[in-house]
Design a protein around this ligand. Sequence first.
Ligand SMILES: *[C@@H]1O[C@H](CO)[C@@H](O)[C@H](O)[C@H]1NC(C)=O
Ligand SMILES: *[C@@H]1O[C@H](CO)[C@@H](O)[C@H](O)[C@H]1NC(C)=O
Length: 338
Amino acid sequence: MGFTILVLLMSLLPLSLAGWCREPLLRIRTRQVTYQIRASQRYYTSCGTWGWSSCTRYRDVYRTGYRPQYYATYYTERVCCTDWTGSNCNTDVDECLRGTDGCSHICDNTAGSYTCRCSPGYSLQSDRHSCRDIDECSSNNGGCEHTCRNSAGSYSCDCNIGFRLNSNDHSCDDINECTEQSSGCEHTCFNSVGSYHCGCYVGWHLAWDQHTCLGNPCVDIGTPQNGERICTGFVTNETCSFECHPGYYMIGSAERSCLPSAQWAGEQPQCPPKLCDRLAPPENGYIRMPCRREYTSRCAMGCNDGFYQSAGDDANKDCMLQDSGVGWSVNAFNCSRK
Ligand SMILES: *[C@@H]1O[C@H](CO)[C@@H](O)[C@H](O)[C@H]1NC(C)=O
Ligand SMILES: *[C@@H]1O[C@H](CO)[C@@H](O)[C@H](O)[C@H]1NC(C)=O
């Protein structure tokens, strides 16, 4: 009987043939060894005169004892090296397939081993397994003209307001807001690097929003006496139209627009009164002077000497509204002899 302790010495010696490794082993065996055990044995013997007495004597006796003896044997065994398998140790173990590689990102199997790789934008760490994001922005701003933004596994460039990322994804091009209609300028647009500004045509000025244009005010246009005006406004390109009250007629422009020069186009309108026809004197009578023909004028008539105004007649004639125009009031006035 005997027991064996197998101690595996962990270091595997790299060895000649690909796939094969020698594994040094230490085997400790025991065997039974015998040895002599000496003991003192007591015995009795006759002694004395004629041997009548009995004496006690001692003698050495020997028996065989057993004890285990340990001994070690060192030997090597041909085994498959790590990463190799099969009866001939020539089949590569695909650690990647097994999932025993421990690579953070990508595992590449190789004959007898494997290597770890990282996705683009990551770098393999000194442990040869883990991957860490590369901060591309830390060097040379990532090649970005304006702003570099690092992200997991990548980075991107950004441009300041007023610029657009070039198709090369790194440089920034000025946006011509004016030609791209993105300016929102109401009249004119002036592009500049990274920006733009709006302008207005002559006669307008930029509003507080810096985009819309407000017309400049024109001079006071006034309202004609005996007339009215209806205006859309009093700044550039606004218009006013005029009307005269009944009994008056218009001279000048019935419609005027506010010019960029702050003046109004056309002529100042006026509403003079319409004229009644020349008044004919009554029979045997006359017209008192002065007699004006303008609308609202009143003329008085009188009778020649020897003639008298009929009772109940009205000597006054009023130039008043009639149909679409003006005319003298129609009232009886006769001069007759008494
Ligand atoms: C102003 O009026 C003129 C004449 O009607 C017109 O041609 C022009 O476009 C107007 N301008 C604006 C800014 O409205
Ligand atoms: C009075 O005068 C008007 C014209 O003013 C005339 O038509 C009318 O016949 C006259 N009447 C008399 C009674 O003469």
